[in-house]
Design a protein around this ligand. Structure first.
Ligand code: PGA
Length: 254
C-alpha cells in the first residue's frame, strides 16, 4: 500500500532561529515514533545544512524546492544548485514544476522534464507539481492541462531512471495560498484521472505512485481531502510553517 506523504514547502520563508524552533517542535512531537505517514520538509536551500543536522536520525526527511535545469553536477551557472548537490546533502525529494516556478521563472514543460530527469538520475525522488488556473478550470480544461504537464515528463524520461519512483502533487493554482481549497470530490476526480494516465505507462507505477493534493491544506480541512481513495498525502505551503498545523495534517494523513 502507498504510505501517505505530507510535505511542507516552506517557499522563501525562514531564518536560522525559525528553522531551529520549527524543527525542534516537530522532532519533539514525533519522538514517540510516529510512522503512519512520511513527513518531508523543503526549506530554502541556504538552510539545508541546518535542516540535515537537525533531522538526521529523526523520522522527518528533507528536500529542495528547485534545481538547475542544465546538465552536469557543477558548472558556470551563477546562482544555481545541482541535483548532485541536493544528493550530497542527503535530500530524499526534490520539488519540480511548482506553479510559482512555472509562472515566474520560465519553467516550461520541457524545462520541467529536463529537471525531472536530472533529479531521478541522482537517485532522488522528483515531486512533480501540476495544476490548472481558475480560467482553465472554468473552461473545462483541467484534464487537458494536467495530462499535458504529466505527459511532457513521462513521455520523455528514460524509464530506467524511474526505479526510485516519483510523486505527483496536484495543486490547482486557484487554491494555492488563497484559503480556497478544492472540494474533496474535485480533488478525487483529478487524482483518479492522473492515476489512469500513469497506468498507460505502467500499471505497477500507477499502483505505487503517491499523488498528493496541494492548495490551502490546513488542519481543519485535511481529514476530508486526505480521506479520498486517490489522495495519498498533501503538499502544504503556509500551514507547514506552523508546527502544530503541520503535525495535525500529518496525523490526518496517517
Ligand atoms: P499553500 O501552498 O498550502 O500555502 O496553499 C501550497 C503550495 O504552493 O505548495
Amino acid at each position: 500500500m502507498r504510505k501517505p506523504l505530507v510535505a511542507g514547502n516552506w517557499k522563501m520563508h525562514g531564518s536560522r532561529a525559525m528553522v531551529a524552533e520549527l524543527l525542534d517542535a516537530l522532532i519533539t512531537d514525533l519522538s514517540d515514533g510516529f510512522d503512519t505517514s512520511e513527513i518531508a520538509v523543503f526549506p530554502p536551500s541556504l538552510y539545508l545544512s541546518q535542516v540535515r543536522d537537525a533531522l538526521t536520525d529523526s523520522p522527518v526527511v528533507w528536500g529542495v524546492q528547485n534545481i538547475c535545469s542544465k546538465d552536469g553536477l557543477s558548472g558556470a551557472y551563477t546562482g544555481e544548485l545541482s541535483a548532485g548537490m541536493a544528493a550530497d546533502f542527503s535530500c530524499t525529494y526534490v520539488l519540480v514544476g511548482h506553479s510559482e516556478r512555472r509562472a515566474m521563472y520560465g519553467d516550461t514543460d520541457s524545462v520541467v522534464a529536463a529537471k525531472f530527469a536530472l533529479i531521478a538520475n541522482q537517485g532522488l525522488v522528483p515531486v512533480l507539481c501540476v495544476g490548472e488556473t481558475l480560467k482553465e478550470r472554468e473552461q473545462n480544461e483541467t484534464s487537458t492541462v494536467v495530462s499535458r504537464q504529466i505527459s511532457a515528463v513521462l513521455d520523455s524520461v528514460d524509464g530506467s531512471l524511474l526505479k526510485n519512483g516519483y510523486v505527483i502533487a496536484y495543486e490547482p493554482i486557484w487554491a494555492i495560498g488563497t484559503g480556497v481549497t478544492a472540494t474533496s470530490q474535485q480533488a478525487q476526480e483529478v487524482h483518479a484521472e492522473i492515476r489512469k494516465l500513469i497506468e498507460k505507462h505502467s500499471s505497477d507505477m500507477a499502483a505505487r505512485t503517491r499523488i498528493l493534493y496541494g492548495g490551502s491544506v490546513k488542519a481543519s480541512n485535511a481529514m476530508d481531502i486526505l480521506g479520498q481513495s486517490d489522495v495519498d498525502g498533501a503538499l502544504v505551503g503556509g500551514a507547514s510553517l506552523k508546527a502544530e498545523e503541520f503535525l495535525a495534517i500529518s496525523r490526518a494523513a496517517g
